[in-house]
Write a protein that binds this ligand. Structure first.
Ligand code: GLN
Length: 243
């Protein structure tokens, strides 16, 4: 078995080393004897081809970087939308999450988004920075707490979309909404930066399982790994911040 991951704009959208999540996916596949091919698509690349791709990864970036990739991303709007509607897996972090929506409104300009999700983002007063803990319904108990770090000026309004989780500690999509991220079909979009998957192996396996189910009819599920250390670290953070 094999999965193909496309990393979109690794040269620009890689704030906090979001790219490490790809290494985590690769490792967790390889440990189970499943191959993984990673295809980087940089701002220099011209031929965009999603055929055979199972997972697309779009990391975070500053407002400046988002503005740079926006034009190139919009040229791929119909392919990416079709990929998502067809059940392709897409993971988007922070700036990448905002770009999946209709727009990101800054003080003096608006960045157009892909409109794959019916959400929009507006720059608010101050930045929402710090540790964050979520409780998510997409993961089975007791692995249903997602921990991470957020740093964003944008506030995202998700209309009728399902959030990734309820905020137990931290800010999330907007100042007081109580929710974080979006899950839609096989899309996971979140403000949680950096080592999202290493800190939350159950979320990584959720994404991998969706992709394997789509690629291999009759796929029997991922074999368990020894995640004792990862789970202990996750639990420590949950207990540190949960009231
Ligand atoms: N530029 C966006 C914001 O500040 C996203 C930043 C990021 O990816 N950390 O809201």
């Amino acid at each position: 078995m094999k999965l193909k991951i496309m990393h979109l704009f690794p040269d620009l959208l890689n704030l906090y080393g979001d790219k490490g999540n790809i290494e985590c996916m690769r490792k967790r596949l390889n440990w189970r004897g499943i191959e993984c091919e990673v295809i980087p698509f940089t701002t220099e690349d011209k031929t965009f081809d999603l055929s055979g791709v199972d997972i697309v990864f779009l990391g975070g970036g500053s407002d400046r970087e988002q503005k740079i990739v926006c034009g190139s991303l919009l040229e791929k709007k119909s392919e990416l939308a079709a990929f998502v509607e067809n059940g392709g897996s897409l993971v988007a972090v922070c700036g990448g999450y905002q770009l999946l929506g209709k727009y990101y409104k800054l003080e003096d300009e608006t960045i157009e988004g892909l409109g794959i999700l019916d959400i929009y983002t507006e720059q608010g007063k101050g930045r929402l920075i710090g540790n964050i803990v979520l409780e998510s319904d997409i993961l089975k108990q007791p692995d249903n707490f997602i921990v991470g770090f957020e740093n964003h000026g944008g506030r995202t309004y998700i209309n009728n979309h399902t959030p990734l989780g309820r905020v137990v500690y931290g800010s999330g999509n907007s100042d007081k909404c109580g929710y974080e991220g979006v899950v839609y079909k096989n899309v996971v979009a979140t403000y949680l930066h950096g080592p999202l998957f290493p800190k939350n192996p159950a979320l990584c396996d959720y994404v991998l399982t969706n992709a394997l189910n789509k690629r291999y009819i009759g796929f029997k599920g991922l074999s368990p790994l020894d995640d004792k250390l990862e789970k202990t670290a996750n639990e420590y953070i949950v207990n540190r911040f949960k009231k």
